[in-house]
Design a binder for this molecule. Structure first.
Ligand code: RUQ
Ligand code: CUA
Length: 606
């Protein structure tokens, strides 16, 4: 039997293995976990979109192998690709090259993913970015006005209209109020998912945390801790009750249309004030102390809030919200179950079979429970909603299951994103990796099948069957970035960027260098500039071969970026002391890759 056939033969032949090496490779099959093994050359079943926490990036993983396939730089500077240094990425980031990506959610059509966009928040500078899935690159970054700590985000599910963004931090509305925290407010923002414009904002008292939407485009939700409005920790956790906020989208849109709005600071975005006790714009549903996650189940019926400082999950029946807005029932009557799950519940996901899975931070555990049984128990019936518990390692934050946030939840895989890994991997010093654990949820019991080390610090993820995600092999050169290059080329009479090399002196101190390249040559063997010049290189990779990237390094000038086949990027730097500086291609592209280079000649100014 050859090695590959042997691998495929699986567990029955595993006993015949005699060398240490081979038994190692077989470890997963031996313990019955062959479902996660993706053999060389085989492809994963799911794409996973992982936020990167304060690395600022997004990562694409293959599930179930848990192999990291690529990183998408978003709110970070990446020397590998040049993101954060190239002209266009720099412009989009507006000088802020760090970020904190917590939540990544994909665009929807009819309650399921449509493969167009991924949206991701930056908690650190209050921004929202959009990744175009066709190119797996960021095509837009916006700043949310008057918002600090943009945390929970969620798109509408019928057809991505708005992407809602919660400001976690309360801030003064005017400078005079800086010293009066009781007057601070927080904004729930509606961003148009297509144009990425902030359409309106709703002002509330108290913090907002996680965000969700229903399946009918009627409501968006925000969990609210610190409804006390405190500025210090003790104040923030003083009361035993906080809220789930349900925003009434039609009422808010009507107020915007009727100009019942205000504006804050320099921003022109209409703000609807929802701070009044019985506001028609927001329903405040009382739930226990300092809730964290809110997740809507795949049927669209229930919004489930995880208690964080309460050991419970509160199940809100979305159907009842209309009655509560109309004053026919009390807001609290929307809560139809409140099962005790365990200590430190943070997030909940679903298998599409009526079960919920809640992460318990303090217990380091994922608990599976049944939603209808929890409702029966709340009505006084003697049923236990808890089905199974799986210990995880350790201190789990988010958990998510394959397609859990769509009507097509398929109940195959669950991820526990554990904040601490402690002893689960080889010791690599004081900074440990996180541990993203893969759990098989296809059966009644949870089955832990894989430990996946991750670098600082993914928060959340979504998993999508691979046929729903179809990136291109080459860029289609669409969007503002390419309009910019075309504008320059026209201005400088370069014609097609792919054809001609040209050095254009734009001013006394500004030079543009148009440089097409194709393995193993740059179209310019050398170019000349003056010391102190601002040099802008517009590099176009004219290779039409899949995966054949080039790039540009200019020695001693802090220039390093790459350009995919058929793509263009530009980079601006200042020419230093007079001399000869070799520029070269950093991406191994050809047998003559090392020869793919030339000289930048910097002349002294006289
Ligand atoms: S949060 S660990 Cu920033 Cu999503 Cu809950
Ligand atoms: Cu082009 Cu190496």
């Amino acid at each position: 039997m050859d090695r590959r056939t042997f691998f495929k033969a699986g567990i029955t032949t595993a006993g015949a293995v005699s060398t240490g090496m081979a038994t190692q490779i077989y470890a997963s099959e031996k313990s019955g976990h062959s479902k996660t093994e993706i053999l060389p050359g085989e492809l994963d079943d799911y794409y996973g979109f992982w936020s990167g926490g304060h690395s600022g990036e997004v990562r694409i993983l293959g599930i179930p192998s848990m192999r990291e396939l690529i990183r998408i730089p978003v709110f970070n500077a990446d020397a590998g690709t040049g993101w954060g240094y190239t002209d266009y990425s720099k412009k989009m980031m507006d000088g802020m090259i760090s970020g904190d990506t917590h939540h990544v959610h994909l665009s929807y059509t009819d309650g399921t993913y449509d493969g167009r966009y991924a949206y991701v928040n930056d908690k650190s500078s209050g921004r929202l970015a959009r990744i175009r899935i066709a190119t797996m690159a960021v095509d837009k970054i916006i700043s949310i006005p008057n918002s600090q700590g943009t945390h929970g985000i969620f798109p509408q599910r019928h057809k991505t209209g708005y992407v809602f963004c919660n400001a976690e931090f309360r801030t003064p509305l005017a400078l005079e109020d800086m010293d009066s925290p009781e007057k601070y407010g927080a904004l729930h923002s509606a961003v148009d998912g297509e144009t990425m414009e902030v359409k309106w904002q709703v002002l509330v008292n108290g913090n907002m945390d996680l965000c969700a939407t229903d399946y009918e485009d009627k409501y968006s939700f925000a969990t609210q801790y610190n409804s006390e409005g405190g500025a210090f920790l003790e104040e923030m956790i003083a009361l035993d009750q906080d809220f789930l906020l349900a925003f009434n989208i039609a009422e808010i849109e009507k107020a915007v249309k009727d100009k019942k709005i205000m504006t804050i600071g320099d921003s022109k975005v209409p703000v609807v004030d929802a701070r009044a006790e019985n506001s028609p714009y927001v329903l405040r549903i009382p739930i226990p102390k300092s809730p964290h996650g809110v997740n809507v189940d795949p049927t669209g019926r229930y919004a489930i809030c995880a208690g964080k400082l309460s050991p419970t999950c509160s199940v809100v029946d979305i159907k009842l919200i209309e009655k509560a807005f109309a004053g026919k029932i009390k807001p609290r009557d929307c809560v139809v179950a409140e099962p005790e799950i365990g200590l430190g519940p943070l997030h909940t996901c679903f298998d599409g079979r009526g079960n919920a899975y809640t992460s318990l931070f303090i217990d380091s555990n994922i608990t599976k429970w049944n939603i209808s049984k929890a409702i029966q128990a709340f009505q006084g019936k003697k049923v236990n909603p808890i089905i199974d518990r799986q210990d995880v390692h350790y201190q789990v934050g988010h958990t998510n299951a394959s397609m859990s946030e769509t009507k097509d939840a398929d109940g195959q895989w669950l991820i526990a994103l554990c904040k601490l890994s402690k002893d689960r991997f080889l010791n690599v010093g004081p900074l440990h990796p996180e541990n993203d654990q893969l759990i098989d949820i296809s059966g009644e019991k949870l089955k832990l099948v894989h430990d996946g080390p991750t670098y600082i610090e993914p928060h959340d993820c979504v998993m999508v069957p691979r046929d729903m995600i179809n990136p291109m092999k080459f860029t289609d050169r669409k969007g503002e970035e390419y309009e910019m290059y075309d504008r320059w080329a026209k201005e400088d009479k370069v014609g097609k960027l792919t054809r001609k090399a040209k050095v254009v002196r734009k001013s006394e101190t500004h030079v543009r260098v148009y440089m097409p390249c194709k393995a193993p040559k740059y179209k310019l063997k050398e170019f000349e500039v003056m010391e102190g010049d601002e040099v802008q290189v517009i590099l176009t990779n004219t290779n039409k071969i899949e995966d054949l990237g080039h790039g540009l390094v200019v020695s001693h000038h802090d220039v390093c970026f790459t350009v995919n086949p058929k793509d263009t990027k530009s980079y601006t730097f200042t020419a230093r002391k007079p001399g000869i500086y070799w520029f070269y291609c950093p991406q191994f592209c050809h047998a003559l890759h090392l020869e793919m280079r030339g000289r930048m000649i910097v002349r002294a100014r006289t």
